[in-house]
Design a protein around this ligand. Structure first.
Ligand code: NAD
Length: 256
């Protein structure tokens, strides 16, 4: 029998798909109790995970979902904010409603869930950890998304730093991961096979990030190994940010 570290209770927004689902699977495999918070029931339920339907941009719904976690588990140790959307609109076609939908889920949803999770963690008296799934778009710009998405992810990074400072008083750590191009339904439902291949060619490590690559970074930031990390962000991008858009193949061709 595998021996697990003390089992903890973690909530994962957007845990029904992509990066969130991969994180749920890793946490459940490690013996933790996991609550999936998503607007849609996961296509494939994960053993060890329960599901609460919630739209993270709806304040009353978020308050209700965390009240359910309090009632069912009596505590919370970790929160992963992975729910996210993009609008795919150009600035010239953007309107306030589309802009606010992206901000509502990516930024307001992250704030609301962090607020409610922190209240439960504070009650537990043992601190806790929050990991926000931002994006390298928050540091540069989005390739597949839009200006609202880029702005929202920059806001998530700002929120991460500020909340980390405030919540340190309760020994609650707040960090972010910044995934690069990650092959999830968010991408496959929007990009053509040719575009998917073209993107892989500009990743220095030569392939798309896998959802579980990001999941492992999230699990690290949630865990005791990251006990003194707070307010930071971890890029999981195969080297995209450092490459400055340069093609790896061209770089070496010019120097042979
Ligand atoms: N895929 C990428 O290349 C990439 C890169 C950087 C960052 N990210 C970020 O990673 C996170 C996860 O994205 P993904 O690629 O796994 O996408 P995905 O579409 O596969 O998963 C997103 C999940 O969020 C849920 N969700 C959306 N709106 C919601 C709402 N209002 N309330 C509750 N749940 C909601 C969806 O139902 C879905 O299960 C997002 O925040 C995204 O911005 C993705």
């Amino acid at each position: 029998m595998q021996i697990h570290p003390r089992s903890k209770v973690h909530a994962v927004t957007g845990g029904g798909s992509g990066i969130g689902a991969a994180t749920v699977a890793l946490l459940a495999q490690a013996g933790h109790t996991v609550v999936v918070l998503d607007r849609a029931e996961p296509a494939q339920p994960v053993a060890g995970a329960t599901f609460i339907e919630v739209d993270v941009s709806d304040e009353d719904a978020v308050v209700g979902a965390f009240a359910q976690i309090r009632q069912q588990h009596g505590r919370l140790d970790g929160l992963v904010n992975s729910a996210g959307i993009e609008s795919r609109r150009l600035v010239r076609g953007m309107d306030a409603a589309a802009w606010q939908r992206v901000m509502g889920v990516n930024v307001t949803g992250t704030m609301l869930c962090t607020r409610e999770a922190a209240a439960l963690m504070r009650e537990g008296g043992e601190g806790g950890a929050v990991v926000n799934v931002a994006s390298i778009a928050g540091k540069r710009m989005s390739y597949s998304g839009d200006a609202a998405y880029t702005a929202s992810k920059a806001a998530v990074l700002g929120f991460t730093r500020h909340a980390a400072f405030e919540l340190a008083a309760d020994r609650i750590r707040v960090n972010a991961v910044c995934p690069g191009p990650t092959l999830t339904p968010m991408i496959t439902r929007n990009l053509s096979a040719e575009s998917i291949e073209a993107v892989a060619a500009v990743v220095p490590l030569g392939q798309w990030v896998k959802p579980e690559d990001v999941g492992h970074a999230i699990v690290f930031l949630l865990g005791d190994g990251a006990a003194m990390c707070t307010g930071t962000s971890l890029d999981v991008d195969g080297g995209v940010l450092i490459s400055n858009g340069a093609s790896h193949a061209d770089y070496f061709r010019q120097r042979q």
